[in-house]
Design a protein around this ligand. Structure first.
Ligand SMILES: C[S@@+](CC[C@H](N)C(=O)[O-])C[C@H]1O[C@@H](n2cnc3c(N)ncnc32)[C@H](O)[C@@H]1O
Length: 410
């Protein structure tokens, strides 16, 4: 088996961007959005492996999927797992596309990847009091995967606050010492607990740990032996362009945003202006008690990039230098830098770029996971190939290939 992977909900391809350094080959990519595909193919070319289609068209997806890839990734839509989607969770049309992915895995039968990786916002852990996370873990476990999960924040790598939960599924047919399995006798139970302890609350916060302790799965919980990343990111000023060629706003718009600041933020800004201090940071507009506020981050990080639906989701740059205040929209290139993809080729349309990057994964986070989890799993597979354990779970067969979208999904 080659170091091959397929990516679902591929978007503009930042999962692939993060995996490509260590020799992974993307053999199939799926996304429904042609504008994302345009960005993806601008970066990676188009050799026909990008399948522009609804993941719920499982039969078609299955015919396009090549020989068994080792890894499948799925950063399925997050909107229903957040306030923006009214916490509909898996009752929403968007995030429930996870089950389209699960149907594809089911239909793959014995071509099923040895490892799967999900990515989503941390609201995935808490949605419906943990029930949605449990449903996803159970769906994968019923397909024979042992499940681990951990949280990583992009702020360890780039100046952006972007905590995300990653779920790793390791198929029961693949025996590896890279993960410890919980509860398979004292020996395994002990190692599992040690691995979880090593990751601490940073990697597996209480709410996640509680689910991993409480929820019973047909396979079980696993844990990779990883400690949280210790690196820290440069200041946000490192990714912001301060030259006069940028589209800085006119005085009226700057004054409007100065007025929109809370008294506390405005007084900090005014103090910097009068003392001729330098400051570069970011602003989000937020509704607070019925008023729109221009909220500044002073901690050297940008807020979490989002898709720019309306001005409140679009990030703003603020720069103070020599007593002068300048403000403007953050540019697509700066969005790309905040996702660790500085040189990623952009398209003409600004909003299309911002949508692509706002929705994407942070590249160095994927690299870190690759280095500590995915490549070790692949190397371990190469070593143990041929010694795989026999599957105990009822592995679903290709009879279910034509997965159907549930009633509530339009
Ligand atoms: C969170 S984004 C993934 C971004 C991607 N990881 C990246 O780095 O660009 C979710 C993606 O799911 C895609 N999507 C939503 N519904 C889909 C469906 N029914 N079938 C396939 N893709 C879908 C969206 O177009 C979007 O690109």
């Amino acid at each position: 088996m080659n170091k091959a992977f397929c990516e679902f909900f591929a978007g503009i391809g930042l999962v692939r961007e993060g995996l490509s350094d260590s020799g992974w080959t993307c053999v199939y990519a799926n996304d429904i959005n042609p504008k994302k595909r345009e960005l993806y193919t601008k970066r990676f070319g188009d050799n026909g492996h990008f399948h522009l289609d609804d993941v719920w068209n499982c039969a078609e997806v299955l015919t396009r999927l090549p020989d068994p890839p080792f890894l499948a990734t799925a950063s399925f839509p997050c909107i229903d797992l957040s306030l923006a989607g009214h916490w509909k969770g898996f009752d929403g049309d968007h995030s429930s596309t996870f089950f389209g992915f699960a149907k594809v895995l089911e239909g793959m039968g014995d071509r099923r990847p040895k490892v799967v990786m999900l990515e989503n916002v941390t609201g995935f852990i808490t949605s419906k009091g943990g029930k949605d996370f449990e449903a996803a873990a159970r769906a994968l476990a019923e397909l024979g995967y042992w499940i681990d999960a951990f949280v990583l924040d992009a702020k360890n790598f780039v100046p952006q606050s972007r905590p995300r939960v990653f779920v790793i599924g390791v198929h029961e047919s693949f025996s590896t010492s890279v993960v410890a399995r919980k509860g398979s006798g004292d020996w395994f139970g002990g190692a599992w607990s040690r691995h979880v302890e090593r990751g601490g609350k940073k990697l597996r916060p209480d709410n996640l740990r509680e689910l991993m302790e409480r929820v019973e799965l047909p396979t079980g919980w696993a844990a990779v032996n990883i400690a949280p990343p210790t690196s820290s990111a440069p200041d946000v000023s490192e990714v912001i362009d301060l030259d006069d060629d940028q589209e800085w706003w006119d005085e009226e718009a700057v004054t409007k945003h100065h007025d929109m600041m809370s008294d506390r933020h405005r007084s900090i800004v005014d103090e910097m202006l009068s003392s001729k201090k330098r400051f570069t940071g970011t602003i989000y507009r937020r509704k607070r008690y019925g008023k729109t506020r221009a909220e500044i981050r002073f901690d050297g990080l940008a807020g979490c990039l989002r898709t720019p639906k309306g001005g409140s989701a679009r990030q703003i740059v603020i720069a103070i230098d020599k007593g002068k205040l300048r403000i403007r929209w953050m540019s697509p290139r700066e969005y790309a830098r905040l996702q660790g993809a500085s040189d990623f080729p952009l398209v003409e349309n600004t909003i299309q770029n911002l949508y692509g990057f706002g929705d994407a994964v942070c590249v160095p986070v994927i690299r870190w996971i690759d280095q500590h989890v995915l490549t070790p799993l692949f190397n371990s597979y190469l070593k143990t190939r041929g010694n795989g354990r026999k599957s105990h779970a009822a592995v679903a067969t290709a009879n279910n290939a034509g997965g159907e979208r549930p009633e509530h999904v339009a």
